[in-house]
Design a protein around this ligand. Structure first.
Ligand code: EPU
Length: 292
């Protein structure tokens, strides 16, 4: 039956992925879909399973580097309005996996619900944030999560309650294909105080990180008790360049893509940083950025 029959309005072939990622690099997806609602999404996931096609979920592309040769199989984006709803009931916020994390945070703050405001400035969708348990030194998204609805690679819908959820530093037990929806239990607080706190976090982040440049989030995880950015700077690697890929001068755990940069340049720079930090400081860095 193929991957497009019956999905002609939502599946495209050869979609360039660069424009869907923060790095703005890399080749096309063999198939790319933006389903309209959960039923269509489930039907599509099941079709991919029948046809033996690999499926990947793309959020806002802020933690992904797509290789220059592109991605085989199906890439799905939850860009339709049906996946981005945010509802507030008492101290609980329920949001769709496709909702931008920033919008979930500001909605909670405006409603006088505290907890997520320290995460302001983290890019990406809620689904992506939960997948990798995005966070800052002030906390992470997992610590406020009480429930999630997921879809497996075979197209089965399941609910995971708090006792089944396990979050660690940049890792999550939510490893199913799709995070459809999640609920957060927050704490009541004064909305004006919360907004001020959120603004402080935003300013601190803007000052410390190369926002507005063509780059993704942090490239490496922080090793236990250390900062990857600090180690990369200590190894003397700030402003190191391969082709159009440069280690950020503002924060060494970011790679900035300049005009003419290719994904291969970024991949080679990542390898160089890892080997130099190992040789000079004896520390093995682990990648946080996903490579597709
Ligand atoms: N530092 C340097 N040189 C640098 C970068 C940082 O010396 O080039 C030093 C800073 O001066 C500071 C320490 O390293 O003393 C920590 O730096 P920062 O506060 O910027 O935090 P981080 O540990 O580098 C983590 C997260 C960020 C998150 C910030 C803010 C990781 C890998 N990174 O960075 O998350 O925004 O805290 O809380 O856990 C991400 O995960 O993609 C990400 C950007």
């Amino acid at each position: 039956m193929g991957l497009t029959t019956g999905f002609e309005t939502v599946v495209r072939q050869g979609e360039p992925l660069a424009m869907h990622t923060w790095f703005q690099l890399g080749g096309p997806a063999e198939y790319f879909a933006e389903p309209e609602d959960a039923d269509q999404l489930i039907a599509l996931v099941r079709r991919c399973r029948q046809e033996g096609a690999a499926v990947r979920l793309l959020g806002q592309g802020s933690n992904v580097l797509v290789r220059d040769e592109g991605v085989p199989g199906m890439v799905i984006r939850l860009s339709a309005a049906a996946f981005g709803k945010i509802q507030v009931a008492g101290p609980t916020v329920v949001a769709g996996g496709g909702a931008p994390l920033g919008r979930v945070i500001t909605t909670a703050v405006h409603q006088g619900l505290a907890g997520l405001e320290t995460l302001i400035g983290i890019p990406g969708t809620l689904g992506g944030a939960l997948h990798g348990n995005a966070g800052t030194h002030g906390g992470d998204v997992g610590q406020w999560t009480v429930r999630a609805t997921v879809i497996s690679a075979s197209g089965e819908v399941a609910q995971r309650d708090r006792d089944e959820l396990d979050f660690g530093y940049r890792q999550s037990s939510l490893d199913e294909l799709v995070i459809l929806e999640a609920a957060f239990q927050l704490e009541e607080d004064d909305p004006r105080e919360l907004a001020k706190r959120m603004q402080k976090h935003w300013i601190a982040r803007k000052a410390a990180q190369p926002m507005g440049h063509q780059c993704a989030g942090c490239v490496f995880k922080n090793p236990r008790g250390a900062s990857a950015g600090e180690l990369i700077e200590e190894a003397g690697l700030k402003l190191t360049r391969i082709g159009g890929a440069v280690v950020s001068d503002r924060h060494a755990n970011f790679i900035v893509a300049e005009p003419e940069c290719t994904s291969q340049d970024v991949l080679r720079l990542i390898d160089l940083i890892r080997s130099q930090v190992h040789d000079r400081l004896g520390v093995e860095l682990e990648r946080e950025l996903e490579i597709w």
